[in-house]
Design a protein around this ligand. Sequence first.
Ligand SMILES: Cc1cc2nc3c(=O)[nH]c(=O)nc-3n(C[C@H](O)[C@H](O)[C@H](O)COP(=O)(O)OP(=O)(O)OC[C@H]3O[C@@H](n4cnc5c(N)ncnc54)[C@H](O)[C@@H]3O)c2cc1C
Length: 406
Amino acid sequence: MTSIKNLYDVAVIGGGPVSSQVAYKLAGMGYHAIVLEKKEKLTGPVCCTGIVSRECIGTFSIPDSVIHRWVNSARLFSPIAKSLHVWRDAPQAAILNRPAFNAFWANRAQSAGVEYRIASEVRSIKQSKKTALVDVVHRGEHLTVQARVVVLATGFGSWLVDGLGLKGAGDFVMGAQAEVETNNIDEVEVYFGSKIAPSFFAWLVPTVKGKALVGLLSRRNPPAYLRSLLARLVAEGKIISGDIPFTYGGVPLRPLPKTYGDRMLVVGTTAGQVKPLTGGGIYFGLLCADIAANTLNRCLSIDDLSADKLASYQRSWKRRLGRELRTGYWARRVFEKLGDRRLDHLFGLMESSGLIDELRQAEELSFDWHADVVSRIFNHRLLIKVFRSMKLPFHLEERLRKGLKT
Ligand SMILES: Cc1cc2nc3c(=O)[nH]c(=O)nc-3n(C[C@H](O)[C@H](O)[C@H](O)COP(=O)(O)OP(=O)(O)OC[C@H]3O[C@@H](n4cnc5c(N)ncnc54)[C@H](O)[C@@H]3O)c2cc1C
């Protein structure tokens, strides 16, 4: 076992965008940070569609060089027979080139002084009174990295969370995605239905000329549903071939109950800082990365990295995102109970009642912030009848009433 001599201020586990953001911010505050990534390179394929809002692009100054394209409209297909066209004049979202974005974010952190170690899988973390000891396997060799504090940003399904005695997120969906060649598809398409993506949705997202990402998130068997969606899209003449390799991933639907401990914070998808209605985790993860860096700055400067002191991180990110995550989760549970027929009916009502136009023009319709729009949908005089007909369990109705109205 080799020990890396330095004592780092911060060891960040994982080389994704959230890790790079935390490390970059801390380096800018004068701290010595190391990022440990298990993959052999930072530019490999990522199971992610890379859609983020214009707000995210602006807030984090994400450069054009990592953006495939901007999007201002989408066509939504109901399970049986309806479709809705949603659009706005100005672009609402951008599709990132995910591997390029990861690499850019890591290069930026490296230029600010962060050290990166690739091919370095963290196996365990032990906190002591004075430091945290990180056990790393680098190409068969065991190394120990010492840091004053550890940030865990290892993405979905990290068993390190259990090793640290933190309970997992508890609810999640799995996904699969493939890059396909298209026949001039120029608009994002989203497909709903129990035969397409049970409990979630599927998508066709054009990226660069002649290419698109087709994927889905689901509670059951994503590869089987993706194979069947690809065959359907080939038959419809939208894509050229359905015989392509898939990438796989997962998305937590609820945050970890506890995202801090002695000499440790958990950030990004590992912490469950993901929009439950869409599975988008980049923007919320980056926002929480900044909150984590600010908390760490305060705690490192007074050299108090106890769980008690670091607890303020969880209070801060909950203040920013708590209502969104709670509302999104309970709205998702209702969505899952709708069933294909009711969902089809809702599509029709949204069109005929003019709600879709109302929402299109509503200030609160946002790509990222769903609580207000969910509230408007659940309180709409026509749609409320549909939700009542569902005879939702009392606790769910109660939570919706409270969660959605506050
Ligand atoms: C099918 C699918 C589509 C998605 N589409 C979107 C989308 O369009 N928009 C959006 O905002 N979000 C999307 N997401 C979610 C998004 O991909 C994640 O929220 C985002 O990548 C989170 O970033 P992160 O840095 O927290 O984790 P990640 O990007 O997952 O990075 C974690 C890193 O940690 C490394 N790692 C893991 N364990 C260890 C270890 N023990 N030691 C060292 N390194 C380790 C991993 O190799 C990885 O590089 C999608 C997810 C899926 C599954």
